[in-house]
Design a protein around this ligand. Structure first.
Ligand code: HEC
Length: 117
């Protein structure tokens, strides 16, 4: 009797775990487009100095307001970085920063910042 309830409980738990894993995988595939937020976390050390502080201004080469990118849509961040990289958008620092990033870096960083609140 006791054994049977244990087995049933285990089966139930397994079903829940399986359905969670399925949903998680689908969600990750959805949001990712190749971007990995975990990997992105290791790639933003050079961004934090400027983008990590609310309402921060850089003084080089002029005074710029630094836009907040945490919580932005991943696609938006990706587009912005690609635009700097390709020269469609221009800013002295961001051109250099984006130019040093690979497509994978950009996707990972975008995923990271999109998940950052
Ligand atoms: C020296 C300061 C500095 C550093 C370092 C820096 N940024 Fe920026 N970033 C800026 C400034 C200033 C702007 C606004 C430029 C403009 O007006 O086009 C900007 C713009 C952006 C934008 C566009 C935001 C928008 O709303 O249009 C993105 C995305 C971005 N940065 C991502 C990054 C990432 C990712 C990194 C690190 C790999 C990084 N930045 C490093 C200063 C910096």
């Amino acid at each position: 009797m006791k054994l049977r309830t244990t087995v049933l409980r285990k089966a139930g738990l397994l079903a829940v775990l399986l359905s969670c894993a399925g949903a998680g995988a689908a969600h990750a595939a959805d949001a990712a487009q190749g971007g990995n937020a975990q990997a992105g976390r290791d790639k933003v050390s050079m961004c934090i100095g400027c983008h990590g502080i609310a309402d921060y201004k850089t003084a080089f080469p002029e005074v710029y307001r630094v836009p907040m990118i945490a919580g932005q849509n991943a696609k938006y961040i990706e587009n912005a970085l690609n635009a700097y990289k390709k020269g469609e958008r221009s800013h002295p620092t961001m051109d250099a920063v984006a130019g040093s990033l690979s497509d994978q870096d950009i996707a990972d960083i975008a995923a990271y910042y999109a998940n950052l609140k």
